[in-house]
Write a protein that binds this ligand. Structure first.
Ligand code: CP
Length: 305
């Protein structure tokens, strides 16, 4: 693996190896890398979880972190993203973590840049490390993926998380369904749509999405109170979920819009567990790209961190 930009690039075996490597790190931790290496975190869109969990992952692996703020960088003088990345490459960055508003930009750049690039979310394109941490969370719950029914619910059309997860989950043999407002259906994803009521009653995993207000037109159709009642997860709907079913959400959460406030930390919610797994998933990706700790050996019967 030279870059980590799309879940579509990975085979079932490659995804499983990364999931198990991240789960192994969650139990045993990881040795710091032996060489002195530098990671550049280039975030052109806002982020809390992804950016900070990359920093924690990098520091745990002993990487030197080159922080970057586009608003006080030479991007403001018109420097292109390609030239910005080539600059970091020239001054010694060994790894580029990129979040950008343009869909598919990480893939395009990965074809021009030698230094490993990790896509930390590209517009409505993909968010593969979010997908990996979601997969780790599912694996910890169900110990496998085949035939699990996963319903991805909400703003499908504008969601890079939906795209990466739909690709990865179907590669792993899950049954993937979508639900949400018809205006936000995405014809490029060929998975069946069901109603929210069918979703809550039949899903093993209900994966809620954030409404991507920043990617909507000004004349958005949204009335947030109606949205919760018609398409969101209310307390009444949660009661109808299967006993073993879990709730996921990539966060940040619009409380009382996608999900009723009191459910964000309910027993079946894995939302903060997902964030915790974000560090382990990102450590596994960094190890794999930098060819350290690549020989994963499964170990069991140890407590998670
Ligand atoms: N889930 C996610 O990508 O969150 P941030 O935008 O805070 O990184």
């Amino acid at each position: 693996m030279r870059h980590f930009v799309s879940m579509q690039d990975l085979t079932e075996q490659e995804i499983l190896l990364l999931v198990k490597q991240a789960d192994n790190i969650s139990i045993h931790g990881a040795q710091p890398l032996e060489k002195q290496l530098f990671a550049a975190n280039l975030f052109f869109e806002p982020s809390t979880r992804t950016k900070m969990s990359f920093v924690v992952a990098q520091r745990r692996l002993g990487l030197n972190v080159l922080d970057f703020m586009s608003e006080v960088s030479s991007v403001t003088k018109g420097e292109s993203i390609y030239d910005t990345i080539r600059t970091f490459e020239s001054i010694g960055a060994n790894l580029i973590v990129l979040r950008h508003q343009e869909a598919n930009i990480a893939k395009k750049l990965s074809e021009m840049i030698k230094t490993p690039i990790i896509n930390a979310g590209d517009g409505t394109g993909e968010h593969p490390t979010q997908s990996l941490l979601d997969l780790v969370t599912i694996y910890q719950e169900f110990q496998q993926f085949r035939d699990l029914k996963v319903v991805i619910a909400g703003d499908i059309k504008h969601s890079r998380v939906a795209r990466s997860n739909a690709y990865a989950l179907s590669t792993l043999g899950c049954k993937v369904y979508l639900t949400g407002i018809a205006e936000w259906h995405d014809d490029s994803l060929s998975y069946p749509y069901i109603t929210m009521d069918e979703a809550v009653e039949t899903a093993d995993i209900l994966m809620l999405l954030r409404i991507q207000h920043e990617r909507h037109q000004a004349d958005s159709i949204l009335n947030t109170n109606d949205y919760l009642q018609q398409f969101g997860l209310t307390v009444d709907r949660e009661k109808r979920m299967q006993k073993h079913a879990i709730i996921m959400h990539p966060a940040p959460v619009n409380r009382n819009v996608e999900i009723e406030d009191s459910l964000v930390e309910c027993e079946r919610s894995r939302i903060f567990k997902q964030m915790q797994n974000g560090v382990f998933a990102r450590m596994a990706v960094i190890q794999s790209l930098l060819n350290e700790g690549g020989n994963y050996h499964e170990k069991t019967n140890h407590k998670r961190q």
